[in-house]
Design a protein around this ligand. Structure first.
Ligand code: THU
Length: 160
């Protein structure tokens, strides 16, 4: 038996102001779309903004449903739209923000496991890393240089 250690490096920014201007703009797009989320059941609003290598910005928010599992997270709403509209484009980075209507969310909220799996599909498909920035409504922002840091031992197409 051998121990296998898995390490991930993330970068923590004290606030949105510490980011590069281009990233602040992208995060502001995520904040704007978060406010339009359709989340009447959880009251938890999530916004995602993607910068593509063709210069387009694609945004998405979570879309809930009375049949709860039929809803979709903000990240997948955005990446599936990007995949549908711009199948040749690569995703350069994504900015994510989440907040509850019931309380102030001031810690960075990472994408859920299902979204990490979905993002990994596109990172592997395009062959270049996707930068991921995530935050709450306010406070610190965490950056990952690749989805790989958030989902080690990914299940991927090469095993099929
Ligand atoms: N949600 C997202 O949009 N992204 C995530 O990564 C985690 C959760 C949404 C799904 C649901 O509408 C609400 O947040 C509460 O789980």
């Amino acid at each position: 038996m051998k121990e296998l250690k898995i390490e991930a490096t993330l970068f923590v920014y004290d606030s949105i102001e510490e980011l590069d201007p281009e990233v602040i703009d992208l995060m502001n797009e995520a904040i704007a779309i978060r406010k339009k989320a359709y989340a009447p059941y959880s009251k938890f609003l999530v916004g995602a903004a993607l910068l593509l290598d063709n210069g387009k910005i694609v945004t998405g928010s979570n879309q809930e449903n009375a049949s709860y599992p039929s809803g979709l997270c903000a990240e997948r709403t955005a990446i599936y739209y990007a995949g549908a509209q711009y199948p040749e484009a690569k995703i350069v980075r994504m900015a994510l923000t989440a907040g509850s209507l019931k309380t102030v969310t001031n810690t960075p909220i990472p994408p859920c496991g299902a979204c990490r799996q979905a993002i990994s599909e596109y990172e592997i498909k395009q062959g270049t890393p996707i930068e991921i920035y995530f935050m709450g409504e306010t406070g610190k922002v965490i950056k990952s240089n690749s989805l790989k840091n958030l989902l080690p031992l990914v299940f991927e197409k090469s095993v099929l």
